[in-house]
Design a protein around this ligand. Structure first.
Ligand code: RM4
Ligand code: MN
Ligand code: MN
Length: 423
């Protein structure tokens, strides 16, 4: 389903006056509003193909309706979000879930929808039909060389799919680890994994990167072979300059100081980028900003500070992606909320008075430092974010547009009621 530009214009017309009042109010308080708005217009967050359908828990999955069944449908859904918010101009594919049957047709569709292909993701955490060896006891870490070889081969194939589509990065998330003490020799598991990653790394094109994602636990509950940022960084450093550490917000042990991890990874020039989501307990994959918005702001505060210190381009020099799963919400509404939360945190981080913060830090003025950060965090920047969308031809209020236009019902009419997808 494609959104008609004139319907967006009508929506913007109807909301214009109220928006103007809110925007004028905040505009008066900003120093360099134009530069800020331009940064928001440029910023994009990729949507993973697996977040467009209803997910599930290990207990049940309650299917939604009108969900995408094919890669084309998934791209149409991302195109729809992007038309509404101008901030979701990329899709991240998971192989083998999203293997294109016709690359040219898929590329053509992407250009019609104004989408790029973000990092491609390999999958050695499930067994696929017809697969020779099982990943039950791991993939790259496996004690059996033939299993390792199969996993290496798979990652090499994923790179080939990515090359054909114009992706520039491979994301490797391994579920490898162990469930019980004694099951695994940690050192051998690490070395096998490193050896596999080195072989994969050797086939990366010159302008590609590999993102090593870590996760504290689950599906393995005793040890994980890429369990935290230290382990990921070890691999990335040993692999070389094209390897980076990917931070998924839900992949830490409770209360981890993620903003500090981010700052240090950037200092080492080893931060790949993000999988944004939110969580209360573990890898909950909840809507970004729904549980810990202050943490999200603090992360963006480090990102902006760190990227500016290196003269990096905020929009393009790191990989930005959502990684979420929706059990009780309409996936598209959830994604609109997530992107909005990211844009709000980014805008607030751009408002931080860096000169005064530096001064406060130098003077050990703890109170002033906190005031400066919270002053930015407590600023209602929603009208600035909306203004960026408006200027880019997107909707002032995407979620409201989605509901008033009954987009889901239109998708159900097109696709039917019972199509199942999603992780
Ligand atoms: C994992 C991890 C990966 C994602 C899979 C589907 O928990 O977050 O990034 O590819 O889920
Ligand atoms: Mn992830
Ligand atoms: Mn995850």
């Amino acid at each position: 389903m494609r959104i008609n530009k004139s319907t967006i214009d009508q929506h913007n017309e109807a909301h214009h006056q109220v928006h103007r009042q809110k925007f004028d109010f905040i505009h008066g308080q900003l120093n360099d509003a134009e530069a800020l708005i331009q940064k928001l217009i440029d910023f994009n967050v990729a949507i993973p193909s697996w977040a467009l359908g209803t997910g599930g828990t290990r207990f049940a999955r309650f299917s939604g309706a009108g969900e995408p069944a094919t890669l084309q449908d998934k791209m149409e859904d991302v195109g729809l979000i992007h038309a509404l918010n101008n901030s979701s101009g990329a899709i991240s594919l998971h192989i083998p879930w999203d293997i294109p049957s016709d690359y040219n047709a898929i590329k053509q569709l992407a250009s019609e929808l104004n989408l790029k292909f973000d990092a491609v993701n390999s999958n050695t955490f499930q067994d696929q039909k017809g697969q020779e060896h099982s990943y039950k006891f791991g993939s790259l870490q496996h004690v059996n060389k033939a299993v390792r070889q199969q996993a290496i081969q798979h990652n090499m194939e994923v790179i080939q799919h990515g090359i054909a589509l114009g992706s520039k990065a491979l994301t490797v998330w391994l579920s490898d680890g162990s469930c019980f003490p004694g099951q695994l020799n940690f050192r051998k598991a690490f070395q096998n994994t490193l050896d596999g990653l080195q072989q994969i790394y050797a086939t990366l094109p010159a302008d590609w990167r590999v993102y090593i994602e870590y996760k504290a636990f689950e599906p393995n509950f005793y040890s994980t072979t890429v369990g935290d940022w230290g382990q990921s960084l070890l691999y990335a450093n040993k692999l070389g300059p094209k390897a980076f550490t990917l931070v998924d917000l839900g992949h830490h042990l409770p209360n981890a100081n993620i903003e500090q991890i981010v700052a240090l990874l950037m200092m080492e020039e080893k931060l790949a980028g993000f999988h944004f989501n939110d969580s209360k307990y573990g890898d909950d994959d909840l809507t970004v900003g729904s549980i810990k918005p202050y943490q999200l702001f603090l992360i963006f505060n480090e990102l902006v500070e760190g990227m500016d210190a290196r003269g990096m381009n905020h929009a393009t020099d790191l990989g930005w992606m959502i990684d979420a799963s929706h059990n009780v919400k309409d996936p598209l509404e959830d994604l609109l909320q997530s992107v909005e939360a990211i844009m709000i945190s980014y805008a607030q981080a751009l408002l931080v008075d860096r000169v005064s913060l530096n001064e406060a830090q130098q003077n050990n003025d703890v109170v002033a430092a906190q005031e400066i950060l919270q002053n930015a965090f407590r600023t209602d920047v929603r009208a600035i974010v909306a203004e960026a969308r408006l200027r880019a031809g997107a909707a002032i209020n995407p979620l409201q547009f989605y509901r008033t236009q009954q987009v889901r019902n239109q998708l159900i009419n097109q696709r039917g009621n019972t199509i199942a997808s999603g992780l």
